[in-house]
Design a protein. Sequence first.
Length: 213
Amino acid sequence: MKRRNRYIENSNSLDVYPAFTDLMSNAFMILSLFLLLALLESQRLNQNLQEANQRLQSASPIVIDEKSGQFSFISNSAELTPELQKYIINQVIPTIQETIQKHEIDFVQIIGHTDGQVISLMGNLDVILEKVAKNEQTVNKLKPGSNTDLGLMRALAVVQKIEETGQLKSVKFKAYSAGQLYLSSGELSPLNRNADANRRRIEIRFIPPGKKR
């Protein structure tokens, strides 16, 4: 009788091993599931990071220039021709809207560029520029005393044309001038006082957060 009990005890002790094996198998499956979830989460975070980096990258600028033959800037004036106004409404604004949907933009920079012809006029930007920027005076009241003045006037005219449509109220625009200083390649321009349609242009640049200009 004692032998039988001892056999039963030994059999019961042997039954522990299958239970232990099942426990380890379950633990391994749970651990594998956690590792799989962690891998999937890592991939998701990596994809989100790549998308965020893409949104932070600078978008391609929009360039409005005379060399295309579609537009011309009135000499010594910031008045926008009817053709240019139509182009801004039908082409430029939709492109800006599409760009700000794909990229994270802090503000949009409008830069006026001119050629190197000397302007022999008495400018008045120092007198009324702030009033024009606040729409208290119209752009055509401005008179350039330099190419830097003229570039700023034209950039400001484009900004105001865009803003008056009311289609981009959430976007900040800033007008700047480069005068005759830079070629379209970005290089410094050599001394050149001749008329040059290749240099007269408006550049619209998209500035992402953290970029200082």
